[in-house]
Design a protein around this ligand. Structure first.
Ligand SMILES: [Zn+2]
Length: 336
C-alpha cells in the first residue's frame, strides 16, 4: 500500500462506489465519488478538500446533500470536479434550499466546482455561503495531459470514459517521493528536524538551485551559515524516487477506446481500484449495461501493469457470491 496515500473503500463492494484517500502527513483527504458515505465518520469527511465525481448517476452523487449539511456554516473551501454539467448540477442542488440565514453563520463555506470535458478543458464556478450560494463563474487553471489539479506534492489526472454517457476515471499521483538521508544530515553537522520538510517543499515547488534554505546545526552553529543553497542540500541530503499512484475506474464499457484510456491512466499504479460489476458468464448483460466484467477488470489491470487490483461496484445479483467476482478478477489480473 502506498505509504503516503491511505486509501479505503467507502462501502462494501456491493454498496455505492467510493474511495476515501487520506493524504497522510497533510491532514487532508480526497474522495472519489459522492454516493452513500454514512460509513465515513464526520471527522474524516471534514478532512476532505477535493471530491472527484465520476458521473452523476445517483449511486455516485446522492451523498452531496448530507455532506453539505455537515459542512454548512464552516469556514472551508471544498473543490468538486466532475464531467460536464457538474457546475449546473451543484447549482440546482443549492437552489433547492432557502438560504436567507446563511450569511449570518460564522464560517463561510465555499464550493468551487469544476467541469472537465473530454479534451481535458476545464471551466469553474464558485458558490459562497456569504453570497447565499449564488453562482459566480471563475477563472480556472488549465493543465496538459488530463491533469485536473496539480499541488506541490501530488496531482490528479482524469480520463473521459464511455458508459453510454461521459464518465471520468481518475489517477492520484505523488509527484515524486523524496527521502531524507538522515546519516548524511548528521555527517554534515546538521540536525534532523522540521526544517527538512522545507527542503522537500522547495524541491517539489521547483525553487531555484540557489534558493537559501534556513538550516539547523547540531551544535549552536559556531559561526556557520544560517542558510545553505537548495541545490547543495538536494544533492547531499535527498534521494528521489518515483511517486506512488492510485487509479480509480468505475462505470465504463469494455470498448477498445476505454481500454486504451484506462491502461494509460492506470499505468504502473500501486493500486488500481476498478469496477467488476458482472461475472464474465454474464458478459452480454455487462455489454448492454456498459459495465465491465470481473475478468475484463483483471485483464485491464494486468495490461496497465498495476501492482495490485481491488475490485468494487459488484452487481447486487451476486450478493452472497462476492468471492466469485474477486477470484475471477484476480485470476485474470495475475495470469491473463
Ligand atoms: Zn455506478
Amino acid at each position: 500500500m502506498p505509504r503516503h496515500f491511505d486509501p479505503q473503500l467507502v462501502n462494501d463492494r456491493f454498496g455505492d462506489a467510493g474511495l476515501y484517500v487520506d493524504l497522510v502527513f497533510q491532514r487532508r483527504a480526497v474522495l472519489f465519488d459522492l454516493g452513500d458515505h454514512a460509513n465515513v465518520s464526520p471527522r474524516k469527511l471534514l478532512r476532505v478538500g477535493e471530491i472527484f465525481v465520476t458521473h452523476r448517476h445517483m449511486d455516485h452523487f446522492a451523498g452531496f446533500d448530507s455532506l453539505l449539511r455537515l459542512l454548512i456554516g464552516r469556514d472551508k473551501v471544498l473543490r468538486i470536479f466532475g464531467p460536464p454539467g457538474m457546475i449546473e448540477a451543484v447549482e440546482h442542488k443549492l437552489k433547492a434550499y432557502t438560504w436567507n440565514l446563511v450569511e449570518g453563520y460564522d464560517g463561510n463555506l465555499i464550493l468551487r466546482v469544476t467541469d472537465v470535458d473530454e479534451t481535458g478543458h476545464m471551466s469553474a464556478a464558485e458558490f459562497q455561503g456569504r453570497s447565499r450560494f449564488v453562482r459566480a463563474d471563475c477563472e480556472c487553471p488549465q493543465y496538459d495531459e488530463g491533469v485536473v489539479i496539480r499541488e506541490s506534492d501530488f496531482l490528479v489526472r482524469a480520463a473521459m470514459l464511455d458508459h453510454g454517457m461521459p464518465v471520468l476515471g481518475f489517477a492520484l499521483e505523488e509527484r515524486m517521493e523524496l527521502n531524507i538521508l538522515r546519516n548524511k544530515v548528521e555527517s554534515l553537522g546538521l540536525a534532523v528536524g522540521p526544517w527538512l520538510r522545507g527542503v522537500k517543499e522547495a524541491v517539489l515547488g521547483e525553487a531555484a538551485e540557489d534558493a537559501p534554505i534556513t538550516v539547523a546545526w547540531l551544535d549552536d552553529g559556531g559561526g556557520r551559515p544560517v542558510t545553505l543553497p537548495l541545490g547543495l542540500l538536494r544533492r547531499d541530503l535527498l534521494k528521489a524516487g518515483p511517486g506512488r499512484k492510485i487509479a480509480y475506474v468505475v462505470d465504463c464499457a469494455f470498448t477498445p477506446e476505454n481500454e486504451e484510456k484506462i491502461v494509460t491512466l492506470a499505468r504502473g499504479a500501486d493500486i488500481l481500484f476498478i469496477e467488476a460489476t458482472f461475472l464474465d458468464a454474464d458478459c452480454a448483460i455487462a455489454a448492454a449495461r456498459r459495465h465491465l466484467t470481473a475478468r475484463q477488470a483483471g485483464w485491464l489491470g494486468r495490461k496497465a501493469g498495476a501492482k495490485r487490483l481491488v475490485t468494487l461496484h459488484h452487481s447486487p445479483r451476486y450478493k452472497g457470491q462476492g468471492d466469485l467476482l474477486i477470484e475471477e478478477a484476480q485470476r485474470a489480473f495475475l495470469s491473463g
